[in-house]
Each structure stands twice: as structure tokens, then as C-alpha cells.
Design a protein around this ligand. Structure first.
Ligand code: SF4
Length: 457
């Protein structure tokens, strides 16, 4: 069953990258096998956990050795406006006896214990490598437990060995689609109900865009899965339109919601001023197409004009200080073009951007923004990154936390823009914060100090 699910996810009709492949390559899937000695990134279990953990009132129980949970516990700063249960690490912590005798009974007892102590509205149970290898049937245990305890117990069948983090994100989406979405009904609906797919409220980014929707009286019926409550995901099928924010992680949900429930969606971004405005514009148009009053479009344009003007005035304070500063941007997927356009809007020059996880459309958008000579980096070793910074080809490195030591070794400023970041960069407000952080990093007095020769040199 798992093999069938993985094959189905790999053959995603909505994925442009997949469409361009031959039949034979499509069967092989997208996961590259890890090379011994090379850091491989997160496993499928890790990917599923980070995609579902932002459902804040649910318990997330990891069936496996304690190390799997330790690997993934709270590794992203997905924020909650209420319940905090999602931040508690639950694991069955199986031992040698379970490996020999099977861990299903232990899993059932763990589910019972979580329910008795915490009373969550639902429990997500994650399969891991060891418990999959010994043949524990988590679907059967979850079914029995759901009957016994009279609440949803959702099996998430994602042993790490089936593939990487991205596959895990999609399998998490499949679990939502198979067991959660469509199982509850909202108290009421409005013509302005939307769902946001693939937004995880990292560092509170959802809260930077929510006030904009509130002002347009657009209701976020459900966010999959940032700051979500279980019931909101369960009734997300009643949305009138959807925005898919991170195309890589949950395209399968967006496509299936359109096919099964007739919810139209578009791929948007909340990063950068013009991308934020486009996202507002597109959702307003979709809602009108779905029956919302025409006046919504005019109202949206009014809000965009007001917000853009305010953001530009605030960014103007930094434009002079940052004009012409060169940025090396190492990030992945859809984020690269949206961040490129955001930086260019503030007068900076992007000297190179990574495109390892980008689709054909992403690359076309980068070429559009940076010109034909755009330096698109397929993969860059820390050594190459170091030389680029050392030779002053860039004034700042913006990348994930793992690259920060390369920048610090080259005595160059660094800004974390991946999921571990502590600042929120979404919407108009977020763009101003991003530029403010770049300014702080580049103009910090520390660089002058550390670049000086030591007294004994
Ligand atoms: S690869 Fe397997 S053992 Fe390692 S963290 Fe992932 S699920 Fe656990």
C-alpha cells in the first residue's frame, strides 16, 4: 500500500517538473539516493512531521526509537496563537523487546496514555524506519484506537527510508486527504472563505498577512497547516478558493481539492511587495469568479495601493544605504524568485541564486528578473561559497542556518532565511523587516573589528 502511495505521489500530474520527464524517469521518482558520507537532509518522516506539526491542538505521536523524535522535535519555529500541545514530543520509544515481539501493543497503549493525559481532538501517528521494517501495522492500530477512544487517530505512513523530506511533505498531504479533509463541517460559510495551502506560520508569518485578509473581510477558513486547529483542516473542503504558497510541499492537496471539491487555486507568494499584491489580487479575482461581490476587486486594489505606498516610504529609508549591495542567495524552490524580486525592489543586486529545487517556471521567473546572464547555482559546495565571499563577490550571504559558518569564516555578514529563521518576512510588513535585518547585518560594526589584523600579525 505504501509503495503504491509513493508511486502515486511521484506521479503528481500538477507538478511541472514531473510532466517534463519521460515515462521511465517518472517511475523512478524524484528522490536521489543518498551518497555515503554526504549529508542527506531530512528523511520522509521528518518531512511529514514538519508539514503536520503546525496543527497545534493535535498530539503528534512518533512510533519508533526515540532518536527519530529527537531528530525532528520542534525544529522549526511554527508559531501558535493558542494551543501548545503540538510542541510536546510524544514517542513510543520502542526497545529491543518490541523489535523482536512487535510494537503494536505499545503503540496502542501510548495512544491511550496520550488521550487520558492530554485529551487532544486528534492524534497523528507517524511510522518510522524501524517499526516499518518489523512490520507494525499502524493503520490497523489507529483504526482500532479510533473506534475504542472515539476520536480521529490518523496514521501517517512515512518511514524515513522511502525518500526525502519533500516526499514526506506530500505523503503528509495524502494522509490529510485520506483521513482528515472533508470529515467536519464549519458552523457557517461565506462567499469570502479561503484556504491557504503550504503555509506553516514560521516565526508567525501568517499573522503578517492575516490582517490584510481581515481588512478585505476575506476569511481564512483554514490554513494547511500554519497555526491550524484540527477541525479547521477537517472542514477546509468548504473554502471557495485556495492559495498554494509553497508549491513543492503540498501541490497534491491543492490539485485534489480542485478535482474533488471544485476549489480553484493559484500558486502565490507572500514574499516581496509585488508578489504580495499579486497574491491579494488573484485571490480576490478567484473569489469573485466563485460568486463573491464584484466590489471586492476594487476594495483589494485600494488596500494594495495604500499598503504599497506605506511599505515604499519605509523602505526608502534603507534604499540609499543598501543601493548596489551584492547578495549571494542560497535557498530553494519557489522562494528564490520571490526573494530575488524583493531584494531588487530595495536596490540590491543578486549576484547568484540557487535553483536546485526550482521548477522550470521558477527558473524562467528568475531569468525574467535577473536577465539572461543570471547566475543560477545548481549546487554549490561550502568551499565555493567561501571563495565567492572571500573574493568579495558578495556583501552578504543569505542562506539556511547550516551555511552560516561559511560566511563567518569568510568574515562576511550572514542572514538566515530558511525555516529555522527567527524573524518573519511575509507581507508588506515582512519585507520591511527583511531589509531592516539585511541593513543591520551589513552595517554591523563587528565586521570592521573582525577584519582587522590581530595585534600579533
Ligand atoms: S531515517 Fe528513519 S530512523 Fe532516521 S529519523 Fe528518519 S525515520 Fe527515524
Amino acid at each position: 500500500m505504501l509503495a503504491r502511495k509513493v508511486a502515486e505521489v511521484f506521479n503528481e500530474p500538477g507538478c511541472e517538473h514531473n510532466k517534463q520527464k519521460s515515462e521511465k524517469d517518472r517511475k523512478k521518482g524524484c528522490t536521489r539516493s543518498a551518497r555515503p558520507g554526504a549529508a542527506g537532509g531530512g528523511c520522509a518522516f521528518d518531512g511529514a512531521k514538519i508539514a503536520l506539526q503546525p496543527i497545534t491542538d493535535a498530539a503528534h505521536l512518533v512510533h519508533g526509537p526515540i532518536a527519530c523524535e529527537g531528530n525532528s522535535w520542534d525544529n522549526r519555529s511554527a508559531k501558535s496563537s493558542g494551543p501548545l500541545l503540538y510542541r510536546t514530543g510524544f514517542t513510543t520509544d520502542i526497545n529491543e523487546n518490541d523489535v523482536i515481539m512487535g510494537g503494536e501493543k505499545r503503540l496502542f497503549r501510548s495512544i491511550r496514555e496520550v488521550i487520558r493525559k492530554y485529551h487532544p481532538p486528534a492524534i497523528f501517528v507517524y511510522q518510522t524506519c524501524v517499526t516499518a521494517l518489523i512490520g507494525d501495522d499502524i493503520e490497523a492500530v489507529c483504526k482500532a484506537a479510533a473506534r475504542e477512544f472515539n476520536r480521529p487517530i490518523i496514521p501517517v505512513n512515512v518511514p524515513g527510508f522511502v525518500g526525502g523530506k519533500n516526499l514526506g511533505n506530500k505523503l503528509a498531504g495524502e494522509a490529510l486527504f485520506d483521513y482528515v479533509i472533508g470529515t467536519m463541517e464549519p458552523e457557517y460559510t461565506t462567499p469570502y472563505d479561503i484556504s491557504i495551502i503550504g503555509e506553516y506560520n514560521l516565526s508567525g508569518e501568517l499573522w503578517q498577512v492575516k490582517p490584510l485578509f481581515d481588512r478585505l473581510e476575506i476569511r481564512i477558513l483554514s490554513c494547511i497547516t500554519g497555526d491550524a486547529r484540527y477541525r479547521e483542516v477537517a472542514w477546509s473542503h468548504r473554502a471557495k478558493a485556495a492559495i498554494m504558497v509553497c508549491s513543492k510541499s503540498m501541490i497534491n492537496i491543492a490539485r485534489k481539492m480542485e478535482e474533488r471539491y471544485g476549489i480553484p487555486f493559484f500558486e502565490g507568494s507572500f514574499y516581496g511587495i509585488s508578489d504580495m499584491s499579486d497574491s491579494l489580487r488573484n485571490i480576490a479575482r478567484l473569489l469573485v469568479r466563485q460568486g463573491a461581490p464584484e466590489g471586492l476587486i476594487e476594495k483589494t486594489e485600494g488596500l494594495i495601493a495604500e499598503e504599497e505606498a506605506r511599505a515604499w516610504t519605509r523602505l526608502g529609508e534603507y534604499r540609499e544605504r543598501l543601493q548596489g549591495k551584492r547578495v549571494l542567495l542560497i535557498t530553494g524552490g519557489v522562494k528564490s524568485w520571490s526573494v530575488v524580486s524583493a531584494l531588487q525592489e530595495s536596490g540590491m543586486v543578486v549576484v547568484g541564486t540557487s535553483v536546485k529545487k526550482s521548477t522550470k517556471e521558477d527558473r524562467e521567473r528568475i531569468t525574467e528578473l535577473m536577465g539572461e546572464d543570471a547566475h543560477m547555482i545548481e549546487s554549490i559546495t561550502p568551499k565555493e561559497m567561501y571563495s565567492m565571499l572571500k573574493d568579495a563577490q558578495a556583501d552578504i550571504l543569505m542562506a539556511g542556518g547550516r551555511s552560516q559558518f561559511v560566511a563567518l569564516k569568510a568574515r562576511m555578514p550572514f542572514l538566515d532565511i530558511n525555516q529555522e529563521r527567527h524573524q518573519a518576512y511575509a507581507g508588506y510588513e515582512g519585507m520591511v523587516t527583511l531589509v531592516e535585518e539585511i541593513d543591520k547585518a551589513i552595517h554591523s560594526p563587528i565586521w570592521e573589528q573582525v577584519r582587522k589584523k590581530a595585534p600579533w600579525e
